[in-house]
Design a protein around this ligand. Structure first.
Ligand SMILES: Cc1cc2nc3c(=O)[nH]c(=O)nc-3n(C[C@H](O)[C@H](O)[C@H](O)COP(=O)(O)O)c2cc1C
Length: 252
């Protein structure tokens, strides 16, 4: 247990010099890509751009005060604008650095390294067929990856039988690509990645509350089976958190 705690610590300056190895950045190794490559001959699905959002104007303090983990979802679909809003709020790209060593998004990230990709398992979004997708954040578009049979049941099974998770309209799956952060921060990267992930997840919570949707962060999932489903190698890229999103029943 104590060994596992270690990664949450940082270093005093004298220790840092001794313990933290020279980074690949210092060794002039090529910088990592901040968006996983994809087959660019494939057509992408347009999302609603942020300047056209009509939703999301709720006062910030209302969203903060309402925020809670919501585990009960109706059968309603999300609109394309709602999905676009959530993707923008969690990983939207505002600007890439000119030297391409980082990218500024709607969420903070240590060194602007932004070590995540967002995969979606879509059950119900208006105008989008169900299946697995990836958010192509640099273009604010969606890439279709594949159909998934019996997604609701499968998601429930892969999350330690938490059946409500499969009933969401969409499942957000955040995938870490640690090298993006390791390239500069070597052994301290892993703490930064965990902290970065918390920011992304909290933005999803607050963005959902701002548009009357519900979500819950899900830490209990079957790692290898989820990575296999998303076609990830489990080493250089792997799932780190999932979160169902759906409309929630309003109490009368
Ligand atoms: C990293 C993390 C992992 C979590 N994993 C689960 C989970 O697997 N299943 C679940 O129902 N809730 C999960 N939760 C939600 C917590 O149970 C919830 O945030 C906590 O009970 C506080 O309730 P609140 O979010 O409504 O304030 C997780 C939350 C976090 C931040």
């Amino acid at each position: 247990m104590e060994n596992n705690r270690r990664f949450l610590h940082f270093f005093d300056q004298d220790e840092y010099e001794k313990e933290v190895p020279e980074s690949d950045e210092k060794k002039n190794k090529p910088f990592p890509l901040f968006q996983k490559p994809y087959d660019e001959t494939k057509s992408l699905i347009d999302l609603i751009p942020p300047e056209k959002f009509i939703i999301g104007k709720k006062p910030f303090i209302v969203a903060i005060n309402r925020r809670m983990s919501r585990r009960n979802y109706t059968d309603e679909s999300l609109t394309l604008e709602e999905l676009s809003f959530l993707l923008w709020c969690t990983q939207g790209v505002k600007r890439a650095f000119k030297d391409r060593t980082g990218v500024l998004r709607t969420v903070p990230s240590a060194g602007a390294k932004s070590p995540f990709e967002t995969y979606l398992i879509i059950n119900r979004v208006e105008g989008i067929k169900p299946g697995m997708y990836r958010y192509i954040s640099f273009k604010h578009k969606l890439l279709f990856i594949k159909n998934i049979e019996n997604a609701e049941e499968l998601i429930g099974k892969l999350t330690y039988d938490q059946k409500f998770i499969g009933k969401g309209a969409v499942l957000f799956c955040w995938v870490a690509i640690p090298y993006r952060t390791e390239w500069r921060y070597t052994i301290v990267a892993h703490k930064f990645i965990a902290v970065d992930l918390g920011h992304v997840s909290e933005n999803l919570y607050l963005a959902c509350e701002a548009i009357d949707l519900g979500t819950v962060a899900i830490g209990y999932y079957e790692q290898k089976k989820f990575d296999t489903l998303l076609e990830l190698d489990g080493k250089n890229e792997f799932v780190v958190l999932v979160a169902p999103v759906g409309k929630y029943p309003t109490l009368i």
